[in-house]
Design a binder for this molecule. Structure first.
Ligand code: PMV
Length: 331
């Protein structure tokens, strides 16, 4: 391995129980625990090299037309945190890429910022545990904390920055379920999730949602333990709608969906009612729909989704391992 240079690959993740609303915006401690699965085919790769000769940090995004200053700032902040831990002032060159469009409801900040976090730690020779890495990634983006462990993951909200992190609840090969992702636009959403989190408390329903979430977490974990796909799917869908109910009733309100999102929701329900195919939808902060099925049905589901007009890309995902180092550098 090169000294001061490392490359990491990290998955996006889909939340079965959502994180929506922060208890502390500064440390990104959430109001509730959340549950997710790391995705095999939606990921980010990041190479970082630190060198004495570099006069300033240089960041390059491959395959991206629009880069917002905020994205650069978030990466620089990760570097600063890791450099503090490693007690160094070296500057870095960073090249990063996603294999999917960012800010459309696929967790690009989760995969991107967990990859940057791990690559920076690795390049500076820091030996951190997964729990430490998850906490560090959380400071960059809440959902990034859930891309560190492998497979099915629970982010324990904790009470403060030092005890809020994600852990594995089941390994990737525990359950053969798939997330067939229907990307319905390449356009970036207008309201970033950071603003959405801030608005959550303006919804009159947020208190009710939070009051019931502990029970919901226990219930969904029970269905996962039993591999009871039907009950699991019912909770999953109801939870997605609950998060979007908060968005819709925030002040100002947020509607992340478009026409194709609604079309897919209706089709998924119809396929179940007609006993054609059992699958359940969930949606993060964007119009993209994640349709969850048993892996034996993933191809059939993808085939059915392909017939819906307005879907730009379909990506089949299995549960995957979390952030890891790889040998192939981007530069
Ligand atoms: O992008 P973040 O880390 O600020 O949070 C987005 C949260 C959702 O994706 C909408 C839900 C979740 O738990 O992943």
């Amino acid at each position: 391995m090169d000294k001061y240079k490392a490359t990491c690959k990290s998955p996006a993740n889909i939340a079965f129980i959502k994180y929506w609303g922060k208890a502390d915006p500064k440390t990104r401690v959430p109001q509730n625990n959340s549950i997710s699965m790391c995705l095999s085919d939606l990921c980010s790769v990041c190479t970082i090299e630190f060198k004495k000769e570099f006069k300033k940090d240089k960041i390059k995004f491959l395959n991206e037309k629009v880069i917002k200053p905020r994205e650069i700032e978030r990466i620089i902040k990760v570097l600063d945190r890791v450099k503090d831990l490693a007690k160094t002032n070296l500057r870095a060159k960073i090249v990063t890429k996603n294999n999917f469009p960012k800010a459309t409801g696929v967790a690009s900040s989760a995969s991107g910022l967990s990859a940057v976090t791990l690559a920076a730690c690795q390049a500076l020779g820091l030996k951190l545990t997964k729990v430490e890495l998850s906490k560090l990634a959380r400071l960059a983006s809440g959902t990034a904390s859930r891309s560190i462990p492998d497979g099915f993951v629970e982010w324990k909200k904790g009470t403060n920055g030092s005890n809020s992190y994600a852990v594995q609840i089941f390994s990737p090969d525990y359950w053969q379920i798939s997330d067939v992702v229907a990307i319905v636009t390449q356009k970036m959403k207008k309201i970033p999730s950071t603003s959405g989190h801030k608005l959550a408390d303006t919804s009159p329903f947020q208190k009710t949602r939070i009051a019931g979430i502990h029970k919901k977490i226990n219930a969904i974990k029970k269905t996962m333990k039993k591999k009871d796909f039907t009950k699991f799917g019912q909770i999953l869908e109801q939870e997605a709608l609950s998060m979007h109910a908060i968005c819709l009733t925030s002040q100002p309100s947020i509607l992340y969906w478009n026409q194709t999102t609604v079309k897919i929701i209706k089709k998924v329900k119809q396929w179940r009612e007609n006993m054609e195919l059992e699958s359940y939808f969930t949606i993060d902060a964007g119009p993209t729909v994640h349709v969850i099925c048993q892996s034996k049905d993933e191809k059939k589901l993808a085939g059915k989704l392909k017939k819906i007009k307005g879907i730009e890309r379909i990506v089949i995902n299995r549960p995957s391992i979390g952030a890891r180092t790889i040998d192939k550098h981007l530069f």
